[in-house]
Ligand binder design. Structure first.
Ligand SMILES: [Zn+2]
Length: 182
């Protein structure tokens, strides 16, 4: 079993602590702005990009607090060279605090490197990246980013995106909510 990357929120959705593997994981993935000293005490939603993704996270938190069982969702936490298939487990305690655990289930090497960066503003043709499955929407199709790069711009492997949630991932959360409130 691979390691679990954990963090805890209080009832006000502020990050109150992180697991012992957090710091190493943040550094390995270039997330220096995500080291412990910079995130403890701050609201989780400050680190979530895009209105649709923030609404998704708020719904997930509500679901976790309404549920007696842990909520499990599969998502991707990709790097430029790897597709990382990851499982998130979200569980609430009696005080309204919430524990997030993240476990990498498997990885796949990409067919070409994919560097993704957040666009500072949304243009008419700015692609949307799903915050959960990491697919990218261009011309109404949600596809792996390699597909867009290979077909469209092989010489410029950097993609500037904004963040959202695709229909399939929104459905995944709605089905969990439906299980809880049939
Ligand atoms: Zn998705």
């Amino acid at each position: 079993m691979t390691e679990l990357i954990n963090f805890w929120l209080n009832a006000q959705d502020q990050i109150v602590s992180v697991g012992r593997d957090w710091e190493r994981c943040a550094n390995e993935n270039g997330g220096h702005e995500l080291t412990c000293s910079r995130i403890i005490g701050r609201p989780l939603l400050e680190f979530v990009s895009g209105k649709v993704t923030r609404t998704f996270v708020q719904s997930l938190l509500q679901l976790a607090r309404d549920s007696v069982k842990p909520i499990e969702l599969d998502y991707r936490c990709d790097s430029p060279l790897l597709r990382r298939y990851t499982r998130m487990r979200v569980v609430s305690d009696a005080s309204g605090g919430v524990l997030f655990s993240h476990q990498t289930l498997r990885t796949e090497k990409r067919s070409c490197p994919v560097r993704i960066a957040l666009a500072s503003q949304r243009g008419h043709h700015t692609p949307i990246r799903c915050s959960m499955c990491n697919r990218v929407k261009l011309a109404n199709a949600w596809l792996e980013p390699e597909h867009h790069l290979q077909s469209g711009a092989p010489d410029s492997p950097q993609m500037w995106v904004i963040y959202g949630i695709c229909n399939a991932c929104a459905l995944q959360l709605r089905l969990l909510t439906g299980d809880l409130n049939p």
